[in-house]
Ligand binder design. Structure first.
Ligand SMILES: [Zn+2]
Length: 159
């Protein structure tokens, strides 16, 4: 399968972020192997100032947040305003897992230049969120869902 145009190998900083997410869920999952649990995913985000923040999911049938959203909240609580990279890792050695549809929309709306670390058929890759949301509409706090804007999907790294 062809990967999105922005997909690239991980940097050392990105590998460090994967390890933080992995260590966070390994240390804090409440599920034994092959059991369901409340905390089964870890996530880590890197802020533009280089700091890293971690989170775990808080599963609940009413819609408890994914680990990615908890990590984003932790970053904000720590004063981080810009996020450059995000990754989620499953418990019990499941490795990085791509973000669900809800997380993709949140990232797309709030951090449209974020790199997402995810598994592909060619191994782990770092991919721009806009490449994970083809033809998506932006939602904004002011004004709600916005008209489709093709300029959003231009790769900022292509100048
Ligand atoms: Zn999710």
């Amino acid at each position: 399968m062809a990967l999105p145009p922005s997909a690239r190998d991980l940097t050392d900083d990105e590998r460090e972020l994967v390890e933080l997410a992995r260590n966070t869920i390994d240390a804090n999952t409440d599920a034994q192997p092959d059991e369901d649990g409340v905390h089964t995913m870890g996530a880590a985000v890197r802020a533009s100032d280089g700091r890293m923040f971690a989170g775990v999911n808080l599963y609940h049938f009413t819609g408890g947040p994914c680990a990615e959203l908890v990590a984003l909240g932790a970053a904000r609580a720590g004063g981080a305003r810009e996020i450059t990279t995000i990754v989620a890792v499953g418990n019990h050695g499941r490795g990085p897992v791509g973000p669900c549809g809800r997380d993709r929309q949140v990232l797309f709306d709030y951090y449209p230049t974020v790199q997402v670390i995810m598994p592909t058929d060619q191994g782990l890759r770092s991919v721009l969120i806009t490449d994970l949301m083809p033809l998506a509409a932006v939602w904004a706090v002011e004004g709600g869902t916005q008209p489709y804007n093709p300029a959003i999907f231009l790769d900022p790294s292509s100048g």
